[in-house]
Design a protein around this ligand. Sequence first.
Ligand SMILES: C[S@@+](CC[C@H](N)C(=O)[O-])C[C@H]1O[C@@H](n2cnc3c(N)ncnc32)[C@H](O)[C@@H]1O
Length: 390
Amino acid sequence: MTFLTNLDDTTLKAGTVPTFALSQRGRAGMQLLGAVQKFSSGVLRPIAAENFAADKRGKALSAEHEAATPGGSARDRIKAARAVCESDNVYRLERFIQRWVAEENFNRGIPAIEERRAKFEAFNAAQGETELMGTLDLSKEVSVPKYYDRVEWHLEPGGWDGYDLYGALFAYGVGPYVFSHGGYAAVGVGDDITQQRAKTIRQFPKASYGRIYEPGCGGVSTLKAVNSVFPDAELHGSDLSPLLLKNGQKMASRFGFPVHLKLADAAHDTGEADESFDGVITYALHHELPPKANREMFRELFRIMKPGADIVISDPPPFRAVSMFHAVILDWDTDHREEPFFSAVLHDSLDAMLEEAGFVNVESYAIGQDQYPWVTRAMKPETLSPAEAA
Ligand SMILES: C[S@@+](CC[C@H](N)C(=O)[O-])C[C@H]1O[C@@H](n2cnc3c(N)ncnc32)[C@H](O)[C@@H]1O
Protein backbone atom coordinates (compact mmCIF):
# COMPACT_ATOMS: atom_id res chain seq x y z
CA MET A 1 0.00 0.00 0.00
CA THR A 2 1.52 3.27 -0.96
CA PHE A 3 1.20 6.45 -2.95
CA LEU A 4 -1.77 7.74 -4.83
CA THR A 5 -1.87 10.92 -6.81
CA ASN A 6 -4.84 11.53 -9.01
CA LEU A 7 -3.96 13.29 -12.24
CA ASP A 8 -7.10 15.35 -11.88
CA ASP A 9 -6.25 16.41 -8.32
CA THR A 10 -7.25 20.06 -8.32
CA THR A 11 -4.80 20.89 -5.54
CA LEU A 12 -1.84 20.41 -7.89
CA LYS A 13 -0.28 23.76 -8.79
CA ALA A 14 -1.12 25.01 -12.28
CA GLY A 15 1.36 23.76 -14.86
CA THR A 16 2.61 20.84 -12.75
CA VAL A 17 0.36 18.12 -14.17
CA PRO A 18 1.83 16.22 -17.13
CA THR A 19 0.13 17.24 -20.36
CA PHE A 20 0.69 13.72 -21.70
CA ALA A 21 -0.80 10.39 -20.61
CA LEU A 22 0.35 6.80 -20.83
CA SER A 23 -0.34 5.26 -24.23
CA GLN A 24 -3.79 3.76 -24.78
CA ARG A 25 -2.25 0.29 -24.52
CA GLY A 26 -0.42 1.22 -21.30
CA ARG A 27 -3.55 2.66 -19.71
CA ALA A 28 -5.76 -0.23 -20.79
CA GLY A 29 -3.29 -2.72 -19.32
CA MET A 30 -3.38 -0.98 -15.95
CA GLN A 31 -7.16 -0.42 -16.01
CA LEU A 32 -7.68 -4.13 -16.55
CA LEU A 33 -5.63 -4.85 -13.42
CA GLY A 34 -7.74 -2.39 -11.41
CA ALA A 35 -10.98 -3.95 -12.67
CA VAL A 36 -9.87 -7.53 -12.04
CA GLN A 37 -8.63 -6.70 -8.54
CA LYS A 38 -11.94 -5.01 -7.76
CA PHE A 39 -13.83 -8.10 -8.96
CA SER A 40 -11.60 -10.33 -6.87
CA SER A 41 -11.99 -8.41 -3.60
CA GLY A 42 -15.52 -7.14 -4.20
CA VAL A 43 -17.20 -10.26 -5.61
CA LEU A 44 -15.08 -13.35 -5.02
CA ARG A 45 -13.86 -12.53 -1.52
CA PRO A 46 -17.33 -12.16 0.06
CA ILE A 47 -18.27 -15.56 -1.44
CA ALA A 48 -15.11 -17.09 0.04
CA ALA A 49 -15.95 -15.48 3.40
CA GLU A 50 -19.45 -16.99 3.28
CA ASN A 51 -18.03 -20.40 2.41
CA PHE A 52 -15.66 -20.14 5.38
CA ALA A 53 -18.50 -19.11 7.69
CA ALA A 54 -20.56 -22.09 6.52
CA ASP A 55 -17.76 -24.60 7.13
CA LYS A 56 -17.98 -26.52 10.45
CA ARG A 57 -14.28 -26.13 11.21
CA GLY A 58 -14.37 -22.49 10.05
CA LYS A 59 -17.22 -21.81 12.48
CA ALA A 60 -15.35 -23.41 15.39
CA LEU A 61 -12.16 -21.46 14.63
CA SER A 62 -14.12 -18.18 14.39
CA ALA A 63 -15.72 -18.88 17.77
CA GLU A 64 -12.31 -19.53 19.35
CA HIS A 65 -10.85 -16.42 17.70
CA GLU A 66 -13.68 -14.22 18.96
CA ALA A 67 -13.66 -15.59 22.53
CA ALA A 68 -12.86 -13.01 25.21
CA THR A 69 -9.73 -14.97 26.14
CA PRO A 70 -8.96 -17.28 23.22
CA GLY A 71 -7.10 -20.45 24.20
CA GLY A 72 -4.20 -21.92 22.21
CA SER A 73 -1.93 -20.03 19.87
CA ALA A 74 -3.16 -17.38 17.44
CA ARG A 75 -0.57 -18.56 14.91
CA ASP A 76 -1.91 -22.12 15.02
CA ARG A 77 -5.46 -20.85 14.68
CA ILE A 78 -4.62 -18.82 11.56
CA LYS A 79 -2.79 -21.82 10.10
CA ALA A 80 -5.84 -24.03 10.65
CA ALA A 81 -8.17 -21.35 9.23
CA ARG A 82 -5.92 -21.02 6.17
CA ALA A 83 -6.27 -24.77 5.56
CA VAL A 84 -10.07 -24.38 5.61
CA CYS A 85 -9.87 -21.42 3.21
CA GLU A 86 -7.53 -23.26 0.86
CA SER A 87 -10.01 -26.12 0.52
CA ASP A 88 -12.31 -23.61 -1.24
CA ASN A 89 -11.67 -22.92 -4.93
CA VAL A 90 -13.24 -19.46 -4.73
CA TYR A 91 -10.69 -18.44 -2.07
CA ARG A 92 -7.89 -19.89 -4.18
CA LEU A 93 -9.01 -17.99 -7.29
CA GLU A 94 -9.34 -14.75 -5.29
CA ARG A 95 -5.84 -15.13 -3.90
CA PHE A 96 -4.44 -16.07 -7.33
CA ILE A 97 -5.84 -12.82 -8.74
CA GLN A 98 -4.39 -10.77 -5.88
CA ARG A 99 -0.92 -12.17 -6.51
CA TRP A 100 -1.23 -11.83 -10.28
CA VAL A 101 -2.24 -8.17 -10.05
CA ALA A 102 0.56 -7.43 -7.54
CA GLU A 103 3.10 -8.81 -10.04
CA GLU A 104 1.49 -7.34 -13.15
CA ASN A 105 1.50 -3.83 -11.64
CA PHE A 106 5.20 -3.89 -12.44
CA ASN A 107 5.23 -6.23 -15.44
CA ARG A 108 2.79 -3.92 -17.22
CA GLY A 109 3.51 -0.68 -15.42
CA ILE A 110 7.25 -0.46 -16.10
CA PRO A 111 6.91 -0.98 -19.90
CA ALA A 112 4.04 1.55 -19.96
CA ILE A 113 6.24 4.14 -18.23
CA GLU A 114 9.25 3.22 -20.41
CA GLU A 115 7.22 4.06 -23.52
CA ARG A 116 7.02 7.60 -22.12
CA ARG A 117 10.52 7.76 -20.57
CA ALA A 118 11.68 10.76 -22.61
CA LYS A 119 8.53 12.69 -21.71
CA PHE A 120 8.74 11.87 -17.99
CA GLU A 121 12.42 12.80 -17.91
CA ALA A 122 11.69 16.13 -19.62
CA PHE A 123 8.74 16.71 -17.27
CA ASN A 124 10.97 16.08 -14.22
CA ALA A 125 13.78 18.26 -15.60
CA ALA A 126 11.34 21.10 -16.25
CA GLN A 127 10.90 21.57 -12.51
CA GLY A 128 14.08 23.52 -11.76
CA GLU A 129 15.91 23.45 -8.41
CA THR A 130 14.71 26.97 -7.68
CA GLU A 131 11.08 25.91 -7.75
CA LEU A 132 11.64 23.27 -5.07
CA MET A 133 10.13 24.15 -1.72
CA GLY A 134 11.40 23.17 1.75
CA THR A 135 14.65 21.26 2.24
CA LEU A 136 16.11 17.86 1.38
CA ASP A 137 19.09 16.56 3.36
CA LEU A 138 20.65 13.42 1.91
CA SER A 139 24.07 14.21 3.34
CA LYS A 140 24.23 11.87 6.31
CA GLU A 141 25.66 8.44 5.68
CA VAL A 142 23.02 6.00 6.85
CA SER A 143 23.69 2.31 7.24
CA VAL A 144 20.69 0.56 5.76
CA PRO A 145 19.23 -1.86 8.33
CA LYS A 146 19.49 -5.54 7.47
CA TYR A 147 15.71 -6.03 7.55
CA TYR A 148 15.30 -3.45 4.78
CA ASP A 149 18.11 -4.41 2.47
CA ARG A 150 17.34 -6.65 -0.51
CA VAL A 151 13.60 -6.90 0.20
CA GLU A 152 11.48 -6.28 -2.89
CA TRP A 153 8.65 -4.67 -0.88
CA HIS A 154 5.21 -5.46 -2.34
CA LEU A 155 7.00 -7.39 -5.14
CA GLU A 156 8.53 -4.15 -6.41
CA PRO A 157 11.55 -5.21 -8.53
CA GLY A 158 14.76 -4.01 -6.86
CA GLY A 159 12.90 -2.63 -3.81
CA TRP A 160 11.92 1.01 -3.24
CA ASP A 161 14.92 2.37 -5.17
CA GLY A 162 15.02 -0.35 -7.84
CA TYR A 163 13.74 1.67 -10.79
CA ASP A 164 14.36 5.38 -11.36
CA LEU A 165 10.80 6.07 -12.59
CA TYR A 166 8.89 4.36 -9.74
CA GLY A 167 7.60 7.83 -8.78
CA ALA A 168 5.94 8.18 -12.19
CA LEU A 169 4.75 4.57 -12.13
CA PHE A 170 2.85 5.06 -8.87
CA ALA A 171 1.66 8.60 -9.49
CA TYR A 172 0.47 8.12 -13.07
CA GLY A 173 -0.07 4.35 -13.42
CA VAL A 174 -0.64 2.06 -10.43
CA GLY A 175 -2.11 4.86 -8.25
CA PRO A 176 -4.90 6.15 -10.47
CA TYR A 177 -5.69 2.92 -12.36
CA VAL A 178 -5.24 0.12 -9.79
CA PHE A 179 -4.95 1.37 -6.18
CA SER A 180 -7.81 3.82 -6.67
CA HIS A 181 -10.29 0.88 -6.48
CA GLY A 182 -8.96 -0.32 -3.10
CA GLY A 183 -9.34 -4.05 -2.40
CA TYR A 184 -5.71 -5.04 -1.81
CA ALA A 185 -3.75 -5.82 1.36
CA ALA A 186 -5.63 -4.19 4.30
CA VAL A 187 -7.38 -1.62 2.08
CA GLY A 188 -11.09 -2.44 1.63
CA VAL A 189 -12.68 -2.62 -1.81
CA GLY A 190 -13.95 0.78 -2.93
CA ASP A 191 -11.88 2.61 -0.32
CA ASP A 192 -10.10 5.78 -1.35
CA ILE A 193 -6.67 5.85 0.24
CA THR A 194 -6.40 9.63 -0.13
CA GLN A 195 -9.57 10.06 1.94
CA GLN A 196 -8.33 7.47 4.43
CA ARG A 197 -5.17 9.49 5.01
CA ALA A 198 -7.12 12.71 5.59
CA LYS A 199 -9.49 10.92 8.00
CA THR A 200 -6.50 9.54 9.89
CA ILE A 201 -4.93 12.98 10.25
CA ARG A 202 -8.20 14.23 11.75
CA GLN A 203 -7.56 11.82 14.66
CA PHE A 204 -5.01 14.28 16.05
CA PRO A 205 -6.77 15.59 19.16
CA LYS A 206 -5.71 19.26 19.03
CA ALA A 207 -6.98 21.96 16.70
CA SER A 208 -3.52 23.04 15.57
CA TYR A 209 0.10 21.89 15.62
CA GLY A 210 3.39 23.76 15.25
CA ARG A 211 5.81 21.06 14.00
CA ILE A 212 4.80 17.60 12.78
CA TYR A 213 7.19 14.73 11.98
CA GLU A 214 6.64 11.62 9.86
CA PRO A 215 9.17 8.76 9.97
CA GLY A 216 9.07 6.63 6.78
CA CYS A 217 7.33 9.43 4.87
CA GLY A 218 8.12 7.92 1.43
CA GLY A 219 6.71 10.03 -1.39
CA VAL A 220 4.94 12.42 1.05
CA SER A 221 1.35 11.27 0.36
CA THR A 222 0.66 11.43 4.09
CA LEU A 223 2.43 14.74 4.66
CA LYS A 224 0.20 16.10 1.90
CA ALA A 225 -2.84 15.01 3.93
CA VAL A 226 -1.29 16.61 7.04
CA ASN A 227 -0.89 19.83 5.08
CA SER A 228 -4.54 19.76 4.02
CA VAL A 229 -5.75 19.34 7.63
CA PHE A 230 -3.10 21.53 9.36
CA PRO A 231 -2.02 24.03 6.68
CA ASP A 232 0.01 26.07 9.18
CA ALA A 233 2.08 23.18 10.57
CA GLU A 234 5.78 22.91 9.68
CA LEU A 235 6.27 19.46 8.15
CA HIS A 236 9.29 17.20 8.56
CA GLY A 237 9.89 13.67 7.39
CA SER A 238 12.52 11.00 6.95
CA ASP A 239 12.99 7.87 4.92
CA LEU A 240 15.65 5.31 4.06
CA SER A 241 15.05 5.73 0.33
CA PRO A 242 16.81 8.66 -1.38
CA LEU A 243 14.65 8.16 -4.48
CA LEU A 244 11.39 8.41 -2.53
CA LEU A 245 12.64 11.51 -0.71
CA LYS A 246 13.69 13.25 -3.94
CA ASN A 247 10.33 12.43 -5.53
CA GLY A 248 8.60 13.48 -2.31
CA GLN A 249 10.13 16.94 -2.29
CA LYS A 250 9.23 17.39 -5.96
CA MET A 251 5.68 16.23 -5.39
CA ALA A 252 5.19 18.51 -2.36
CA SER A 253 6.48 21.46 -4.40
CA ARG A 254 4.00 20.61 -7.18
CA PHE A 255 1.24 20.76 -4.60
CA GLY A 256 2.70 24.02 -3.31
CA PHE A 257 3.68 23.17 0.28
CA PRO A 258 7.16 23.01 1.84
CA VAL A 259 8.52 19.86 3.52
CA HIS A 260 11.81 19.28 5.31
CA LEU A 261 13.07 15.82 4.45
CA LYS A 262 16.08 13.87 5.70
CA LEU A 263 17.65 10.58 4.80
CA ALA A 264 17.63 8.72 8.13
CA ASP A 265 16.97 5.41 9.80
CA ALA A 266 14.19 6.61 12.07
CA ALA A 267 14.44 3.47 14.21
CA HIS A 268 17.98 4.43 15.09
CA ASP A 269 18.63 8.15 14.74
CA THR A 270 16.24 10.64 13.18
CA GLY A 271 18.90 13.36 13.44
CA GLU A 272 16.27 15.60 15.10
CA ALA A 273 16.66 17.52 18.37
CA ASP A 274 15.23 16.36 21.71
CA GLU A 275 11.68 17.55 22.43
CA SER A 276 11.30 19.41 19.15
CA PHE A 277 7.96 18.17 17.71
CA ASP A 278 4.34 18.79 18.69
CA GLY A 279 3.00 15.87 16.71
CA VAL A 280 4.16 12.64 15.03
CA ILE A 281 2.26 10.76 12.34
CA THR A 282 3.20 7.32 11.03
CA TYR A 283 1.33 5.79 8.12
CA ALA A 284 1.67 2.27 6.70
CA LEU A 285 5.07 1.97 8.32
CA HIS A 286 5.22 -0.39 11.29
CA HIS A 287 4.20 -3.56 9.43
CA GLU A 288 7.36 -3.10 7.35
CA LEU A 289 9.68 -3.24 10.38
CA PRO A 290 10.53 -6.17 12.64
CA PRO A 291 8.94 -5.70 16.10
CA LYS A 292 12.38 -4.99 17.64
CA ALA A 293 13.00 -2.09 15.21
CA ASN A 294 9.50 -0.75 15.94
CA ARG A 295 10.29 -0.70 19.66
CA GLU A 296 13.53 1.19 18.95
CA MET A 297 11.68 3.63 16.70
CA PHE A 298 9.07 4.42 19.37
CA ARG A 299 11.87 5.23 21.83
CA GLU A 300 13.49 7.55 19.27
CA LEU A 301 10.15 9.24 18.47
CA PHE A 302 9.49 9.69 22.21
CA ARG A 303 12.87 11.45 22.50
CA ILE A 304 12.14 14.02 19.76
CA MET A 305 8.58 14.77 20.93
CA LYS A 306 7.80 17.66 23.29
CA PRO A 307 6.06 16.82 26.58
CA GLY A 308 2.33 16.73 25.82
CA ALA A 309 2.91 16.02 22.10
CA ASP A 310 0.60 13.56 20.28
CA ILE A 311 1.39 10.54 18.10
CA VAL A 312 -1.14 9.17 15.60
CA ILE A 313 -0.48 5.89 13.80
CA SER A 314 -2.27 4.16 10.94
CA ASP A 315 -1.21 0.60 10.17
CA PRO A 316 -3.08 -2.62 9.32
CA PRO A 317 -5.23 -3.87 12.23
CA PRO A 318 -3.85 -6.49 14.61
CA PHE A 319 -5.16 -10.02 14.04
CA ARG A 320 -7.08 -9.85 17.32
CA ALA A 321 -9.22 -6.99 15.90
CA VAL A 322 -10.42 -8.67 12.68
CA SER A 323 -12.55 -11.72 11.86
CA MET A 324 -10.92 -15.14 11.57
CA PHE A 325 -11.40 -15.09 7.79
CA HIS A 326 -9.92 -11.61 7.45
CA ALA A 327 -6.93 -12.64 9.59
CA VAL A 328 -6.16 -15.30 6.94
CA ILE A 329 -6.46 -12.66 4.20
CA LEU A 330 -4.03 -10.30 5.98
CA ASP A 331 -1.61 -13.08 6.97
CA TRP A 332 -1.35 -14.06 3.28
CA ASP A 333 0.55 -10.84 2.46
CA THR A 334 3.56 -12.03 4.46
CA ASP A 335 4.24 -14.97 2.17
CA HIS A 336 2.82 -13.70 -1.08
CA ARG A 337 3.31 -9.96 -1.40
CA GLU A 338 6.85 -9.59 -0.01
CA GLU A 339 5.92 -8.20 3.39
CA PRO A 340 8.29 -10.19 5.62
CA PHE A 341 7.21 -8.61 8.94
CA PHE A 342 3.49 -8.14 8.29
CA SER A 343 2.28 -11.09 10.38
CA ALA A 344 4.87 -10.65 13.14
CA VAL A 345 3.66 -7.08 13.70
CA LEU A 346 -0.04 -7.99 13.47
CA HIS A 347 0.48 -10.64 16.15
CA ASP A 348 2.22 -8.05 18.34
CA SER A 349 0.72 -4.91 19.89
CA LEU A 350 1.65 -1.35 18.90
CA ASP A 351 -0.28 -0.22 22.00
CA ALA A 352 2.05 -2.21 24.26
CA MET A 353 5.12 -0.95 22.39
CA LEU A 354 4.00 2.66 22.89
CA GLU A 355 3.45 2.09 26.59
CA GLU A 356 6.87 0.45 26.91
CA ALA A 357 8.40 3.57 25.31
CA GLY A 358 6.71 5.80 27.94
CA PHE A 359 3.63 7.05 26.07
CA VAL A 360 0.32 7.49 27.93
CA ASN A 361 -3.38 7.62 26.97
CA VAL A 362 -2.78 4.83 24.43
CA GLU A 363 -5.90 3.83 22.51
CA SER A 364 -6.63 2.05 19.24
CA TYR A 365 -9.74 1.79 17.07
CA ALA A 366 -10.93 1.37 13.48
CA ILE A 367 -12.19 4.22 11.29
CA GLY A 368 -13.17 2.20 8.20
CA GLN A 369 -14.44 -1.13 6.85
CA ASP A 370 -12.61 -4.35 7.73
CA GLN A 371 -11.09 -2.41 10.66
CA TYR A 372 -8.97 -0.32 8.30
CA PRO A 373 -7.58 2.26 8.71
CA TRP A 374 -6.73 1.06 12.20
CA VAL A 375 -5.65 4.05 14.29
CA THR A 376 -3.45 3.91 17.36
CA ARG A 377 -2.85 7.16 19.19
CA ALA A 378 -1.08 8.25 22.34
CA MET A 379 0.59 11.16 24.06
CA LYS A 380 3.99 11.86 25.56
CA PRO A 381 3.30 12.73 29.22
CA GLU A 382 3.37 16.41 30.14
CA THR A 383 5.77 15.64 32.98
CA LEU A 384 8.14 12.71 32.98
CA SER A 385 8.33 10.22 35.84
CA PRO A 386 11.48 10.60 38.01
CA ALA A 387 13.01 7.52 36.31
CA GLU A 388 12.40 8.95 32.82
CA ALA A 389 13.63 12.38 33.82
CA ALA A 390 16.90 10.97 35.28
C1 LIG B 1 4.59 1.64 2.83
S1 LIG B 1 5.69 2.98 2.80
C2 LIG B 1 4.69 4.27 3.47
C3 LIG B 1 5.13 5.63 3.03
C4 LIG B 1 4.34 6.81 3.62
N1 LIG B 1 4.29 6.75 5.06
C5 LIG B 1 2.95 6.93 3.04
O1 LIG B 1 2.00 7.09 3.80
O2 LIG B 1 2.82 6.88 1.83
C6 LIG B 1 6.84 2.67 4.14
C7 LIG B 1 8.06 3.57 4.09
O3 LIG B 1 8.84 3.39 5.26
C8 LIG B 1 10.21 3.55 4.92
N2 LIG B 1 11.01 2.97 6.02
C9 LIG B 1 11.09 1.68 6.41
N3 LIG B 1 11.92 1.55 7.46
C10 LIG B 1 12.35 2.81 7.77
C11 LIG B 1 13.23 3.33 8.77
N4 LIG B 1 13.83 2.54 9.67
N5 LIG B 1 13.49 4.66 8.78
C12 LIG B 1 12.89 5.48 7.88
N6 LIG B 1 12.06 5.03 6.91
C13 LIG B 1 11.79 3.72 6.86
C14 LIG B 1 10.29 2.86 3.58
O4 LIG B 1 11.42 3.25 2.85
C15 LIG B 1 8.98 3.31 2.92
O5 LIG B 1 9.14 4.50 2.22
